[in-house]
Write a protein that binds this ligand. Structure first.
Ligand code: ZN
Length: 200
Protein backbone atom coordinates (compact mmCIF):
# COMPACT_ATOMS: atom_id res chain seq x y z
CA UNK A 1 0.00 0.00 0.00
CA UNK A 2 0.99 3.60 -0.39
CA UNK A 3 1.17 6.03 2.51
CA UNK A 4 1.45 9.76 2.01
CA UNK A 5 2.95 11.85 4.76
CA UNK A 6 0.38 14.53 5.56
CA UNK A 7 3.16 16.93 6.42
CA UNK A 8 5.63 16.72 3.52
CA UNK A 9 3.52 14.71 1.12
CA UNK A 10 6.26 12.17 0.54
CA UNK A 11 4.77 8.91 -0.65
CA UNK A 12 6.01 5.67 0.86
CA UNK A 13 5.31 2.15 -0.24
CA UNK A 14 4.86 -0.15 2.74
CA UNK A 15 3.59 -3.62 3.33
CA UNK A 16 -0.10 -3.25 4.30
CA UNK A 17 0.31 -6.22 6.66
CA UNK A 18 2.32 -3.96 8.91
CA UNK A 19 -0.63 -1.68 9.59
CA UNK A 20 -2.95 -3.23 12.17
CA UNK A 21 -6.70 -3.14 11.79
CA UNK A 22 -7.15 -0.25 14.20
CA UNK A 23 -4.48 1.86 12.51
CA UNK A 24 -1.01 2.49 13.79
CA UNK A 25 1.31 5.45 14.35
CA UNK A 26 3.93 5.82 11.63
CA UNK A 27 6.82 8.18 11.37
CA UNK A 28 7.88 9.91 8.19
CA UNK A 29 11.53 9.15 7.44
CA UNK A 30 11.86 12.46 5.57
CA UNK A 31 10.36 15.03 7.94
CA UNK A 32 9.96 12.94 11.09
CA UNK A 33 6.24 13.74 11.20
CA UNK A 34 4.25 11.08 13.10
CA UNK A 35 0.66 10.32 12.19
CA UNK A 36 -1.87 7.56 12.51
CA UNK A 37 -1.82 5.37 9.40
CA UNK A 38 -5.07 3.58 8.66
CA UNK A 39 -5.14 0.09 7.19
CA UNK A 40 -6.10 -0.18 3.54
CA UNK A 41 -9.81 -0.05 2.81
CA UNK A 42 -11.31 -3.46 2.99
CA UNK A 43 -13.72 -4.61 0.31
CA UNK A 44 -16.98 -3.45 1.81
CA UNK A 45 -19.19 -6.28 2.95
CA UNK A 46 -22.68 -6.46 1.57
CA UNK A 47 -24.92 -4.13 3.48
CA UNK A 48 -27.53 -6.20 5.29
CA UNK A 49 -30.08 -3.63 4.21
CA UNK A 50 -29.21 -4.25 0.58
CA UNK A 51 -29.39 -8.01 1.20
CA UNK A 52 -32.88 -7.58 2.58
CA UNK A 53 -33.99 -5.49 -0.36
CA UNK A 54 -32.48 -8.07 -2.74
CA UNK A 55 -34.45 -10.80 -0.97
CA UNK A 56 -37.47 -8.55 -1.01
CA UNK A 57 -37.08 -7.98 -4.74
CA UNK A 58 -37.54 -11.73 -5.21
CA UNK A 59 -40.06 -12.35 -2.45
CA UNK A 60 -42.37 -9.42 -3.00
CA UNK A 61 -43.53 -10.52 -6.48
CA UNK A 62 -43.82 -14.08 -5.12
CA UNK A 63 -45.98 -12.91 -2.24
CA UNK A 64 -48.07 -10.81 -4.61
CA UNK A 65 -48.40 -13.82 -6.93
CA UNK A 66 -49.50 -16.06 -4.03
CA UNK A 67 -51.99 -13.44 -2.85
CA UNK A 68 -53.35 -12.93 -6.37
CA UNK A 69 -53.60 -16.70 -6.85
CA UNK A 70 -55.33 -17.00 -3.50
CA UNK A 71 -57.83 -14.33 -4.47
CA UNK A 72 -58.35 -15.96 -7.86
CA UNK A 73 -58.93 -19.41 -6.33
CA UNK A 74 -61.22 -17.88 -3.72
CA UNK A 75 -63.10 -16.01 -6.43
CA UNK A 76 -63.57 -19.21 -8.42
CA UNK A 77 -64.72 -21.33 -5.49
CA UNK A 78 -66.85 -18.55 -4.06
CA UNK A 79 -68.17 -17.34 -7.40
CA UNK A 80 -71.78 -18.19 -6.57
CA UNK A 81 -71.67 -15.86 -3.58
CA UNK A 82 -69.57 -13.19 -5.28
CA UNK A 83 -71.90 -12.98 -8.27
CA UNK A 84 -74.94 -12.90 -5.98
CA UNK A 85 -73.52 -9.56 -4.79
CA UNK A 86 -72.12 -8.49 -8.16
CA UNK A 87 -74.29 -10.07 -10.89
CA UNK A 88 -72.22 -8.26 -13.51
CA UNK A 89 -69.43 -10.77 -12.86
CA UNK A 90 -71.55 -13.74 -13.97
CA UNK A 91 -70.61 -13.01 -17.58
CA UNK A 92 -66.92 -12.79 -16.64
CA UNK A 93 -67.02 -16.27 -15.08
CA UNK A 94 -69.10 -17.58 -17.99
CA UNK A 95 -66.52 -16.39 -20.50
CA UNK A 96 -63.86 -18.17 -18.42
CA UNK A 97 -65.87 -21.39 -18.73
CA UNK A 98 -66.90 -21.25 -15.09
CA UNK A 99 -70.65 -21.51 -14.93
CA UNK A 100 -72.21 -19.98 -11.84
CA UNK A 101 -74.61 -22.40 -10.19
CA UNK A 102 -76.98 -21.56 -7.35
CA UNK A 103 -76.01 -23.08 -4.03
CA UNK A 104 -79.20 -24.97 -3.41
CA UNK A 105 -77.88 -26.43 -0.16
CA UNK A 106 -78.17 -22.95 1.35
CA UNK A 107 -81.81 -22.62 0.38
CA UNK A 108 -85.02 -24.20 1.49
CA UNK A 109 -88.50 -24.33 0.05
CA UNK A 110 -90.98 -23.29 2.74
CA UNK A 111 -94.66 -22.45 3.06
CA UNK A 112 -95.65 -24.56 0.09
CA UNK A 113 -99.39 -24.24 -0.40
CA UNK A 114 -101.70 -25.58 -3.07
CA UNK A 115 -105.35 -24.97 -3.67
CA UNK A 116 -107.75 -25.71 -6.47
CA UNK A 117 -109.95 -23.37 -8.40
CA UNK A 118 -111.96 -25.65 -10.61
CA UNK A 119 -109.43 -27.78 -12.42
CA UNK A 120 -106.66 -25.25 -11.90
CA UNK A 121 -104.11 -25.96 -9.23
CA UNK A 122 -102.57 -22.86 -7.76
CA UNK A 123 -99.24 -23.44 -6.14
CA UNK A 124 -97.35 -20.94 -4.08
CA UNK A 125 -94.43 -21.07 -1.74
CA UNK A 126 -91.26 -19.36 -0.66
CA UNK A 127 -87.63 -19.99 -1.24
CA UNK A 128 -85.77 -19.21 1.97
CA UNK A 129 -82.10 -18.26 2.11
CA UNK A 130 -80.69 -20.04 5.17
CA UNK A 131 -77.17 -18.71 4.75
CA UNK A 132 -75.55 -15.53 6.01
CA UNK A 133 -74.74 -14.26 2.52
CA UNK A 134 -76.61 -13.37 -0.63
CA UNK A 135 -77.64 -16.36 -2.72
CA UNK A 136 -78.80 -16.86 -6.28
CA UNK A 137 -82.34 -18.13 -6.51
CA UNK A 138 -82.39 -21.40 -8.45
CA UNK A 139 -85.00 -22.35 -11.00
CA UNK A 140 -87.70 -24.53 -9.51
CA UNK A 141 -89.04 -27.64 -11.10
CA UNK A 142 -92.65 -28.38 -10.37
CA UNK A 143 -93.49 -32.03 -10.93
CA UNK A 144 -96.98 -33.44 -10.89
CA UNK A 145 -97.43 -37.07 -10.01
CA UNK A 146 -100.67 -38.97 -10.22
CA UNK A 147 -102.07 -40.70 -7.15
CA UNK A 148 -100.43 -43.85 -8.42
CA UNK A 149 -97.07 -42.11 -8.75
CA UNK A 150 -97.01 -41.68 -12.51
CA UNK A 151 -95.47 -38.42 -13.68
CA UNK A 152 -98.12 -36.27 -15.29
CA UNK A 153 -95.80 -33.49 -16.22
CA UNK A 154 -93.36 -30.98 -14.95
CA UNK A 155 -92.40 -27.45 -15.64
CA UNK A 156 -89.80 -24.99 -14.55
CA UNK A 157 -90.58 -21.70 -12.86
CA UNK A 158 -88.48 -18.83 -11.54
CA UNK A 159 -88.86 -17.31 -8.09
CA UNK A 160 -89.77 -13.62 -7.96
CA UNK A 161 -86.20 -12.56 -7.17
CA UNK A 162 -83.02 -13.67 -8.86
CA UNK A 163 -80.98 -13.02 -5.71
CA UNK A 164 -82.19 -13.67 -2.17
CA UNK A 165 -80.73 -11.81 0.76
CA UNK A 166 -79.64 -13.62 3.95
CA UNK A 167 -82.55 -14.87 6.08
CA UNK A 168 -84.98 -13.58 3.46
CA UNK A 169 -87.30 -15.46 1.18
CA UNK A 170 -88.43 -15.06 -2.39
CA UNK A 171 -91.95 -16.09 -3.30
CA UNK A 172 -92.94 -18.21 -6.22
CA UNK A 173 -96.28 -18.94 -7.73
CA UNK A 174 -97.60 -21.04 -10.56
CA UNK A 175 -100.89 -22.31 -11.88
CA UNK A 176 -101.41 -25.71 -13.41
CA UNK A 177 -104.48 -26.81 -15.26
CA UNK A 178 -105.14 -30.41 -14.34
CA UNK A 179 -107.60 -32.92 -15.67
CA UNK A 180 -110.84 -33.53 -13.83
CA UNK A 181 -110.85 -36.04 -11.04
CA UNK A 182 -107.10 -36.23 -10.54
CA UNK A 183 -105.64 -36.19 -7.10
CA UNK A 184 -102.10 -35.41 -7.99
CA UNK A 185 -99.08 -34.98 -5.83
CA UNK A 186 -97.07 -31.89 -6.60
CA UNK A 187 -93.42 -31.63 -5.71
CA UNK A 188 -91.14 -28.64 -6.06
CA UNK A 189 -87.41 -29.16 -6.34
CA UNK A 190 -84.56 -26.77 -6.83
CA UNK A 191 -82.58 -27.09 -10.01
CA UNK A 192 -78.86 -26.53 -10.39
CA UNK A 193 -79.15 -24.71 -13.73
CA UNK A 194 -76.39 -22.18 -14.18
CA UNK A 195 -77.36 -18.66 -13.31
CA UNK A 196 -77.85 -16.54 -16.42
CA UNK A 197 -75.68 -13.47 -16.69
CA UNK A 198 -77.21 -10.12 -17.40
CA UNK A 199 -77.44 -9.48 -21.11
CA UNK A 200 -76.66 -5.79 -21.17
ZN1 ZN B 1 7.03 13.80 6.05
Amino acid sequence: MLLTCPNCETVFRIDSERITDGGQPVRCSVCAHVWQAEPPMLVPEADPGEMRSAVGAVLTPLIILVVVLGIAIGAVTQRATITAYVPGLIGVFDRAGLAVQPQTDKLQIVDLKADYAGDTLRLRGKLMNRSAVYAHAPSLEVTILSASGDPLGSHVIQPDDSVIRPAMASEFFTQLVLGEGLEPTVTVTMRADPVAGSSF
